[in-house]
Design a protein around this ligand. Structure first.
Ligand SMILES: C[S@@+](CC[C@H](N)C(=O)[O-])C[C@H]1O[C@@H](n2cnc3c(N)ncnc32)[C@H](O)[C@@H]1O
Length: 290
């Protein structure tokens, strides 16, 4: 897996577009309406997010956000007083977030297109690095965490959200339900009735992936996880627990860790209690070592 493949995916699948209809399609480039609808969807769907972001100690601090998506959290951090800088791998995200901050007349330091693998900032620049839903999509995580350590001040804090291994979504939805559904649909898709069902939507994309890669290889969790987190075209995703965080972030010490977001489609668990035990989003606060 190389960075160009990851970049192509995010450039073509701007994060969250699919859920609200797409800036360039449904909203015909009406940025203001798009951002308003997107933010409403985001914070209604991920109800924990406003409180999690608002609890961060960012007022008056130099904050670097890595992986910007549509810039909803950037706006929130700036409104909370962060002296904000952003970086994203794709021109699409950078252009959208710049448009958002300009439209809403929000102050910021810099916004750059670039990679977490080679951050375009000097050593010891930031008090806080925030990265939500990004680092589990970075195959070269060792290099990424070294770069973050380099630009973060020694007394700074790294706050990240990673997908959680010990979650209903990973263990039950992806691990059992979706795999069983694909296993059942695969032979059916070769019959006349199955073919008509399987030409539509995500199932058809999964069947195509399985045919291309081989069904049993595709169903291995290491592989299947990529295609069941951010859509069947997503090239890379990893799930985390504390041990894996400690292994992949050796330049840091885990200060705090908690889970949020009951999300395990197709199970109707959204909004139900239990997120701190089986939630899909693992929030980790880390401090630099040494
Ligand atoms: C799943 S989206 C998350 C966006 C936003 N933080 C959110 O929570 O909606 C992942 C974002 O990270 C960016 N990204 C992926 N790999 C990256 C990398 N190596 N360096 C910087 N940004 C990256 C993608 O372009 C995309 O905008």
């Amino acid at each position: 897996m190389d960075e160009q493949t990851v970049q192509r995916f995010w450039q073509d699948h701007a994060c969250g577009d699919a859920q609200v209809g797409g800036l360039h399609d449904r909203f015909a480039d009406d940025y203001e309406k798009f951002f308003t609808d997107y933010d409403r969807f985001r914070y209604q769907n991920e109800r924990h997010l406003p409180a999690c972001i608002d609890a961060l100690d960012v007022a008056g601090k130099r904050v670097l956000e890595i992986g910007l998506g549509q810039g909803a959290d950037a706006e929130r951090l700036i409104r909370r007083g962060a002296v904000w800088t952003g970086v994203d791998l794709t021109a699409e995200s950078v252009e959208r977030v710049r448009a958002r901050l300009t439209l809403r007349k929000l102050p910021y330091e810099e916004i750059r297109q670039g990679s977490v693998l080679d951050l375009p900032f000097a050593d010891d620049t930031f008090d806080v690095v925030f990265s939500h839903g990004v680092l589990h999509h970075v195959p070269e995580i060792g290099q990424a965490q070294r770069e973050i350590r380099r630009v973060l001040r020694p007394d700074g804090e790294l706050v990240i959200m990673l997908y959680a291994r010990w979650s209903l979504n990973y263990l039950v939805s992806i691990g059992l339900i979706r795999r069983a559904a694909l296993l059942a649909a695969y032979p059916l898709a070769r019959t006349g009735l199955g073919r008509s069902v399987a030409t539509r939507g995500k199932l058809s994309a999964h069947l195509g992936n399985a045919a291309e890669r081989g069904l049993f290889r595709y169903l291995r969790m290491k592989e299947f996880t990529h295609y069941n987190t951010d859509g069947p075209a997503n090239p890379y995703a990893l799930v985390y627990d504390r041990a894996r965080v400690e292994q992949d972030f050796p330049s840091f010490r885990v200060a705090r860790l908690y889970k949020r977001f009951m999300h395990a489609p197709p199970l109707p668990v959204h909004g139900l209690p239990g997120e701190s035990i089986m939630g899909w989003h693992l929030w980790v606060h880390l401090v630099p070592r040494g």
